[in-house]
Ligand binder design. Structure first.
Ligand SMILES: Nc1ncnc2c1ncn2[C@@H]1O[C@H](COP(=O)(O)OP(=O)(O)OP(=O)(O)O)[C@@H](O)[C@H]1O
Ligand SMILES: [Mg+2]
Length: 295
């Protein structure tokens, strides 16, 4: 993004949005979250993990103002969010949610029109809207699709368009509900690269995913939704915790299993950062296996 990120850097590690003692139950459904304290910290990429029905989507909708806690509240920059027009506009210029199914989000005839919708609603000038749309389409690598009717897009292209619509709002927090689900491996890699670009430009990204390996390599922190509450911490620590993983219905990531093996074999310091990708594993073990990298 072209916006200068210096002021954001200065505020690094600040809590941007937070739920405080928040509870939520659907009208004709279960209590999903109860007495929850949850922080989204500036600059920390956060993966949200848990079983189907554990409340990831509900939590994201609470953070982005689509749902309102029954008890407790949401704060933005430390100030309680009000659910009137002014309060919600303030929230939505900071926090943007991209829902899992792009067809629930896209509604305009063309890609460009869809991505323009949010910025137009902010009452920005035409020039500013055009600049934001161009920036968002470029960030998602879909500039060439600007005039394409949304109903003719592939699933992955619709996903990208939905994310571009959120990016065009230049949010400080981008919340993505299972953004890689349904993408092919190359599409997943490209999306991760795109998200890295947004992070480098100062956007704080929160992602719900069922993919523990992806969470390990992508996130700084992981929040695990378990029946006894949400547990948050550094991703490598959280995803090595057998009990928590079992409670959250998750399996051990390959990277953690490999790191543990490397440590027992003396190939990795006890406190050393383990490999998160096959490439990192190759780099780590190369000196111990001369010639292994040849070819
Ligand atoms: N609109 C609704 N009305 C009633 N109950 C709902 C509604 N939406 C979700 N629920 C219930 O709330 C609980 C949490 O659902 P939620 O969609 O937040 O889970 P999730 O972790 O996102 O699951 P998944 O991994 O399947 O996407 C579930 O028990 C679900 O059945
Ligand atoms: Mg969900």
């Amino acid at each position: 993004m072209s916006e200068p990120s210096a002021p954001r850097e200065r505020e690094a590690s600040e809590t941007l949005v937070a739920l405080r003692a928040a509870s939520y139950a659907y009208e004709e459904g279960p209590t999903v979250l109860s007495g929850l304290d949850f922080d989204v910290t500036e600059g920390r990429a956060l993966a949200l993990l848990g079983r189907n029905g554990s409340g990831k989507t509900t939590l994201m909708r609470l953070l982005s103002g689509g749902l309102r806690p029954d008890q407790g509240g949401l704060t933005l920059g430390g100030t309680p969010v009000t659910y009137d027009r002014k309060g919600l506009t303030r929230l939505r210029t900071t926090v943007q949610l991209v829902v899992q199914d792009p067809d629930d989000q896209l509604f305009a005839a063309s890609v460009e029109q869809d991505v323009s919708f949010g910025p137009l609603n902010l009452g920005l000038s035409d020039a500013e809207v055009r600049a934001r749309v161009a920036e968002a389409l470029a960030a998602l690598d879909i500039s060439a699709l600007a005039d394409r009717p949304t109903h003719l897009l592939s699933y992955g292209q619709r996903k990208r368009t939905a994310i571009a619509g959120a990016v065009a709002m230049r949010p400080r927090v981008l919340i993505l509900d299972e953004p890689t689900a349904g993408l092919d491996p190359d599409g997943q890699e490209r999306l991760l690269d795109t998200l890295q670009g947004l992070r480098d430009a100062g956007t704080t990204v929160v992602m719900a995913t069922h993919d523990v390996d992806l969470a390990l390599r992508w996130a700084d922190d992981a929040a695990l939704l378990t029946p006894s509450g949400v547990r948050t911490g550094p991703v490598a620590q959280m995803l090595a915790h057998r009990d928590l993983l079992a409670q959250a219905g998750l399996r051990l990531p390959w990277g953690i299993a490999v790191s543990e093996l490397l440590r027992t074999k003396g190939l990795l310091d006890v406190a050393g950062e383990g490999p998160r990708t096959p490439e990192e594993l190759a780099a780590l073990t190369a000196p111990a296996m001369p010639g292994a990298s040849a070819g």
